[in-house]
Design a protein around this ligand. Structure first.
Ligand code: NAP
Ligand code: GLV
Length: 326
């Protein structure tokens, strides 16, 4: 009998079809929760889960006695309760590396779009407001090149952002992470800072850490007040690393100049959220890695992780290595 696998939210079609040839795969999406009877019934027999952002917590795991592996189609894994997975010897995997450059491109794109007000001016043109040849200075943006970029989280993606900033835009780079990175300092002329110094000195502050208990609400009103009034804040990490109501207030009060946001406290963001009324806020719907090429690669990597785990082999991108017994 074929092993049962749950595919959740997003697995690219060719990869899903290949998995369906090998396993008894059922696809569920956002609409299906722990309260869905079909989901629960299938979950009880399931040995593997592959997908995006399924909250895997104690409640779900209590209903999954046969589960061997959870394979995230993402690098972030804040949706997984690693402690509970460890306690039950269930493997957890993610998809690092294959999305790094794509996410760095997205973050840099949002940074430029915010500084140069590209979405706002796109609307200006399309609304027929461009009526004199030269636009008024009130629509000018600010330079990106030769400015100071502060990167919070100098990991894989943070370093790919630094590479673009240094080689492409002659920016001065400040960074903050748990550990210092002498190789990165040398390659991109980056300077390590404590968080407060980075916030005080940067023209652009870019947040790209994982969401963990330590980074939850890392940026709130105190931190926003430390930033320059001309600062532009970019969040590519997870919405909950920022206290969203404090960010809204800081933008309303002019504590900072603008924000570019790919992630939000609640996703999808509600239309009533004040951030969506602000012309100095650029938003995207959590699309850091969302290109055809990269999403396919992520699904392929996640499928390899899943298949290894189901065969009893060590998956290439095992997160909770402590549960692996050779
Ligand atoms: P990574 O290589 O593990 O890098 C994470 C970095 O964050 C590391 O440099 C780490 O510091 C730093 N960090 C962790 N906790 C910290 C703390 N408390 N204070 C300061 N720095 C801290 O991960 P990655 O591949 O770059 O991905 C980073 C995150 O980006 C993901 O976890 C995910 O949340 C987010 N992401 C978002 C999208 C999107 O679509 N918007 C796409 C992909 C990823 P050390 O190096 O010192 O340990
Ligand atoms: C996307 O947000 C990821 O973590 O890969």
């Amino acid at each position: 009998m074929k092993k049962k696998v749950i595919a959740y939210n997003r697995v690219e079609k060719p990869v899903l079809e290949d998995l369906q040839n090998k396993y008894d795969v059922r696809f569920f999406n956002n609409a299906d929760t722990i309260n869905n009877i079909d989901f629960l019934e299938f979950l009880r027999q399931t040995e593997g889960i592959i997908g995006l952002e399924l909250p895997v917590d104690r409640e779900l795991l209590d209903q999954a006695p046969n589960l061997k592996i959870v394979s995230n189609v993402s690098v972030g894994y804040n949706n997984l309760d690693i402690g509970e997975l460890n306690r039950r010897n269930i493997l957890a995997t993610n998809t690092p590396e294959v999305l790094t450059d794509t996410v760095a491109d997205t973050v840099f794109g949002i940074l430029i779009a915010t500084a140069r007000r590209i979405p706002e001016l796109d609307q200006f043109v399309k609304n027929g407001e461009w009526i004199t040849e030269a636009i008024e200075p009130e629509y000018f943006g600010v330079n990106v090149h030769h400015k100071t970029l502060g990167i919070i989280g100098m990991g894989r993606i943070g370093q790919a952002i630094a590479k673009r900033a240094h080689h492409g835009f002659d920016m001065d780079i400040l960074y903050h992470s748990r550990t210092m990175k002498p190789d990165v300092e040398e390659k991109y002329k980056a300077t390590y800072c404590d968080l407060d110094s980075l916030l005080k000195s940067s023209d652009f502050v870019c947040l790209i850490t994982p969401l963990t208990p330590e980074t939850e609400c890392l940026i709130g009103s105190r931190e926003l007040k430390l930033m320059k009034e001309s600062a532009i804040f970019i969040n590519g990490s997870r919405g909950k690393t920022v206290v969203e109501k404090d960010l809204i207030k800081a933008l309303q009060n002019g504590n900072i100049a603008a924000a570019g946001l790919d992630v939000f406290e609640k996703e999808p963001i509600k239309l009533s959220n004040p951030l969506l009324q602000m012309t100095n806020v650029v938003t995207t719907p959590h699309i850091g890695s969302s290109t055809h090429e990269t999403e396919l690669r992520m699904s392929e990597v996640a499928a390899s992780n899943l298949e290894a785990g189901l065969k009893g082999e060590k998956p290439p991108n095992l997160i909770n290595t402590s549960v692996w017994k050779e």
